[in-house]
Write a protein that binds this ligand. Structure first.
Ligand SMILES: *[C@@H]1O[C@H](CO)[C@@H](O)[C@H](O)[C@H]1NC(C)=O
Ligand SMILES: *[C@@H]1O[C@H](CO)[C@@H](O)[C@H](O)[C@H]1NC(C)=O
Ligand SMILES: *[C@@H]1O[C@H](CO)[C@@H](O)[C@H](O)[C@H]1NC(C)=O
Length: 458
C-alpha cells in the first residue's frame, strides 16, 4: 500500500519537471543534476518518451567533454557543438560482463525526468556472415545469463528510482536470420534463440521498458528473391518479422508487461524521411524500389507492421530509431557500407519537443534517439589488427581509424563539422553533390542479378 503511493508520486514528479528540458539544439549549460529519489514505474502501454528524456550518460558525456578540450581553442563553433553533444542524451553500451558495473555508476545522476538508455549487446555473431566479414568481434560474454543478463537485471532492480530503456542485442539478429543455412552460424543461431527470450523475461521490470533490435531497411527491406545472392540469404521483411514474433512468443508474448516494440537503424546511417530515398551504386534508377522498398526507416517500419499484421501477431511494434549519425545522406556507396562512414553528421538531439513532433507525424514511432556513441571506431582499416574489417577500408569509410571501440578524435571532429542542427530539419538531407559519390547508375530496365533477370517497367 505504502509502496503504491510512493510510486504514484514518482509519476507526478516525472511529468511536471519535463518542461525544464532545453530546446532543440540549444547548449545545456546546467551541470548534470542529482539522482531521482522516488521509485518509478513505466507504463509500456504508453509512449514513455513523452514523460522522460534520454539521459546524457556520464561515460559518453565525459568522453565528449575530454574531446571538447582537445579541440583547437580558435574553433569556437566546433567547441560549442561538442558541448551540445556532451549534453545530449545517449545510450550506454553494455557489451561484456566487465561492462555491467557501469550501470551502477551511470544510474547515479539520472534525474526524475530522464531515462537511462542501455544497449544490451553481449552475444557474438561470429561465423554468421563470412561474406562481409561483419561478424561483430565481441569480448566473451561468458555464460550469457549468469554472467551478463542476470547481473544487468539485478542492476536495474537495485536502482528502482531510475527509469531504463533497453535495446536488446543489435548486431546479431540480422546475421542469424539471414544465414540459416550457414554451418558456421549454427552456434550463434542457437545462442540467440536460447538466450534472447530469457533476457526479455529477466528485463521485464517495472522501471524499465524494452525494445528488441530489428536491424534496418538495408538489411531486411528486400523484396523476396531479388537480392543478388538471394539463394543463401533471407532478408525480406517477412523473414525478420517471423523471427521477432517467435522470440517474443518464446519470452511469454502478451504476458510481458514492459515490452514496447523494436529499435531500428542502430549504429546505421539510414534516413527517417528521405523520399524517394538514397540511391546506391548496385541499384538501378528505375528498379531501386522494386528490390528494396524500405527507402527510409518510416517505410521500413510500415512494411514490417504490415507483415506483423499478415501473420496476426499481437506483438507490440512501437519503435525507436537511432539517428545519431543519419542526417547526411548520399555519403554511402552501397547499402552495406556500415563502417566509420565519412561525412556522417549528428542527427537531431533527443528532446521532449522532438518526441512530440515525431509522435505526431508518425505515431508508430515513440521517438528518435542516439544509440550510437559516435566518435568510437566501428572497426579498423589496419589489416594487422583484430578488429580489421574489409568494409572499413572502402571509399565510404574515414581512414585511418583505430581499433573497434577506441576513440577517434578525427571522426568525432569530422562529424561536428558536418553537423548543422537546422531547427526546421528533423530528417535527413542529401549532402552537396561535390561530396556525393559520382558513380554512374545503370538505366537498364533489364536488371540482372545472379540467376535472376527481372524486367522493370518504371
Ligand atoms: C506521464 O505521467 C503522468 C502523471 O503521472 C501519467 O498520468 C501519464 O500516464 C504518463 N504518460 C505516459 C505517456 O507515460
Ligand atoms: C490470420 O487471421 C485470419 C482471420 O482469422 C485468418 O484467415 C488467417 O489465415 C490468419 N493468418 C495467419 C498467417 O495465421
Ligand atoms: C563490404 O561487404 C560487402 C558484402 O560482402 C562486399 O561486397 C563489399 O565488397 C565490401 N566493401 C568493401 C569496400 O570491401
Amino acid at each position: 500500500m505504502v509502496r503504491a503511493i510512493v510510486i504514484s508520486a514518482g509519476f507526478v514528479l516525472g511529468s511536471w519537471s519535463v518542461c525544464a528540458y532545453p530546446r532543440k539544439g540549444e547548449v545545456d549549460t546546467r551541470q548534470v543534476r542529482g539522482k531521482c529519489d522516488i521509485p518509478v514505474v513505466l507504463d509500456a502501454g504508453k509512449n514513455v518518451w513523452l514523460n522522460f528524456t534520454l539521459h546524457p550518460n556520464r561515460y559518453y558525456r565525459n568522453q565528449v567533454l575530454a574531446a571538447a578540450e582537445a579541440i583547437d581553442v580558435t574553433d569556437s563553433k566546433l567547441k560549442k557543438r561538442s558541448l551540445v553533444v556532451a549534453n545530449s542524451g545517449s545510450f550506454l553500451w553494455i557489451e561484456s560482463k566487465e561492462d555491467v558495473s557501469k550501470i551502477e555508476d551511470a544510474a547515479k545522476d539520472v534525474p526524475c525526468d530522464q531515462i537511462l538508455g542501455i544497449v544490451v549487446s553481449g552475444l557474438t555473431a561470429d561465423g554468421c556472415d563470412t561474406a562481409t566479414g561483419h561478424s561483430p568481434t565481441r569480448r566473451d560474454a561468458g555464460n550469457y545469463v549468469a554472467d551478463f543478463t542476470a547481473p544487468i537485471a539485478r542492476q536495474i532492480k537495485a536502482n528502482p528510482n531510475t527509469a531504463f530503456a533497453l535495446i536488446i542485442e543489435p548486431g546479431i539478429l540480422p546475421f542469424v536470420v539471414r544465414n540459416p543455412y550457414l554451418k558456421t552460424c549454427e552456434t550463434a543461431q542457437k545462442t540467440y534463440f536460447d538466450n534472447i527470450p530469457s533476457a526479455l523475461k529477466l528485463f521485464d521490470l517495472p522501471n524499465s521498458i524494452t525494445y528488441l533490435d530489428a536491424a534496418h531497411g538495408g538489411f531486411f527491406g528486400w523484396t523476396r528473391g531479388t537480392y543478388k545472392d538471394s539463394n543463401e540469404r533471407l532478408n525480406s521483411p517477412r523473414d525478420i518479422t517471423s523471427h521477432l514474433h517467435q522470440i517474443w512468443l518464446a519470452a511469454g508474448g502478451p504476458s510481458l508487461k514492459q515490452f514496447r516494440g523494436i529499435a531500428t537503424n542502430v549504429k546505421s546511417y539510414n534516413s527517417w524521411d528521405l523520399s524517394p530515398g538514397e540511391a546506391f551504386q548496385d541499384e538501378t534508377t528505375v528498379c531501386a524500389d522494386l528490390f528494396n522498398r524500405a527507402r527510409n526507416e518510416q517505410q521500413y517500419l510500415r512494411i514490417l507492421k504490415d507483415e506483423f499484421k499478415r501473420i496476426n501477431s499481437s506483438m507490440p511494434v512501437h519503435a525507436i530509431m537511432d539517428v545519431t549519425r543519419n542526417t547526411n545522406s548520399g555519403i554511402r556507396q552501397y547499402w552495406h557500407d556500415w563502417c566509420n562512414v565519412n561525412h556522417a553528421s549528428f542527427g537531431r538531439v533527443p528532446s521532449l519537443e522532438l518526441t512530440k513532433y515525431i509522435h505526431e507525424k508518425n505515431s508508430n514511432f515513440d521517438t528518435l534517439v542516439w544509440a550510437t556513441p559516435a566518435g568510437f571506431s566501428d572497426g579498423t582499416s589496419d589489416e594487422r589488427s583484430a578488429s580489421y574489417k574489409l568494409n572499413c577500408t572502402g571509399p565510404a569509410a574515414l581512414q585511418p581509424m583505430p581499433e573497434k571501440n577506441a576513440w577517434s578524435q578525427a571522426y568525432f571532429e569530422m562529424m561536428l563539422r558536418e553537423t548543422r542542427w537546422d531547427p526546421y530539419l528533423v530528417g535527413s538531407r542529401n549532402v552537396d553533390e561535390s561530396r556525393q559519390f559520382s558513380w554512374k547508375r545503370s538505366d537498364d530496365t533489364d536488371v540482372q542479378h545472379e540467376g535472376l533477370v527481372r524486367r522493370c517497367d518504371g
